[in-house]
Design a protein around this ligand. Structure first.
Ligand SMILES: *[C@@H]1O[C@H](CO)[C@@H](O)[C@H](O)[C@H]1NC(C)=O
Length: 145
C-alpha cells in the first residue's frame, strides 16, 4: 500500500511538472503573439433606451460613424506605433450632447493606465474609464454644461 501510494505520488509530480511546462509555454506564446495588440471598447450605459452616435478615428484610420444602442458597445483592436504617438479620438453625441470630442486612446496618457486596452462607459453624467492598473472605474469626462 505504502509503495503503491509512493508510485502514485511520483506520477502526480510528473503530471504536475508536465502541466506547468505546458501552461508556461502557452503563456509565453500568448504573450509573444499578443504582445502589442490592444483593445478599446466604448459602451453605451445611458439607460432608458437612449442611443448614442460615435465616430472614432486616428490619423490613419476612420472607423466610421455608428449608432450604438443602449447597452451595446463599439470596439476595435490596434497596435501602438513604434514611435509612441498612437492616438484614437472620438466624437460622441446623445440627447443635447453634440459632437463631444474625447481621446479613446492616447499613448502618453494610456499606455500604462490601460495596459492591454481602454474600456469606457458612457453614462448620463459623463464618461468613465477603467484604470487597468487599479481596476477602478474613474470619472474622466464631464459633459459640457
Ligand atoms: C435607436 O436606434 C434604433 C435603430 O438604430 C432606432 O430604431 C430607435 O428608434 C432609436 N431609439 C431612439 C430612442 O432614438
Amino acid at each position: 500500500m505504502e509503495a503503491h501510494m509512493q508510485g502514485l505520488a511520483k506520477i502526480n509530480i510528473h503530471l504536475v511538472t508536465m502541466l506547468l511546462l505546458l501552461i508556461g509555454s502557452l503563456l509565453l506564446c500568448t504573450q509573444v503573439v499578443g504582445a502589442d495588440s490592444k483593445h478599446v471598447s466604448i459602451k453605451n450605459k445611458l439607460g432608458s433606451g437612449r442611443n448614442m452616435t460615435l465616430h472614432c478615428q486616428s490619423k490613419d484610420n476612420d472607423l466610421g460613424e455608428h449608432n450604438i444602442g443602449d447597452g451595446d458597445e463599439f470596439g476595435w483592436d490596434f497596435s501602438d506605433n513604434v514611435i509612441g504617438t498612437t492616438l484614437f479620438y472620438c466624437d460622441l453625441g446623445w440627447g443635447n450632447v453634440q459632437e463631444f470630442h474625447f481621446d479613446a486612446y492616447s499613448f502618453g496618457r494610456d499606455h500604462v493606465r490601460c495596459n492591454s486596452g481602454c474600456s469606457w462607459l458612457v453614462s448620463v453624467e459623463g464618461i468613465y474609464g477603467l484604470n487597468g492598473q487599479t481596476g477602478f472605474w474613474e470619472f474622466i469626462y464631464h459633459w459640457p454644461n
